[in-house]
Design a protein around this ligand. Structure first.
Ligand SMILES: [Zn+2]
Length: 83
């Protein structure tokens, strides 16, 4: 399950920004909602350029919620902040 680990790392709150030439904190923006998935865009909080995107399926979302509930030491998961 190495790919799952990489995917988790990609969703971290910092991503490399080409413009800033550094790993910058990012803002998650809901880009598109489809019947079975949601597309998120990651924007650099410094320059506002897009540094990545992510696709979340309904199954991923349930798994994220379940694991967040299991860990419970990080109550504010990024997904919980979205409307
Ligand atoms: Zn930047």
């Amino acid at each position: 399950m190495a790919s799952m680990q990489q995917f988790e790392n990609f969703t971290a709150s910092s991503l490399y920004c080409e413009k800033c030439k550094a790993a910058m904190p990012v803002r998650e923006r809901l880009l598109l909602v489809l019947p079975d998935r949601e597309l998120y865009d990651y924007l650099c909080t410094e320059c506002g350029s897009s540094v990545g995107s992510r696709e979340v399926t309904a199954g991923d979302k349930l798994m994220a919620q379940a694991s967040a509930a299991r860990r419970a030491r990080r109550p504010l998961a990024p997904l919980d902040l979205l409307p």
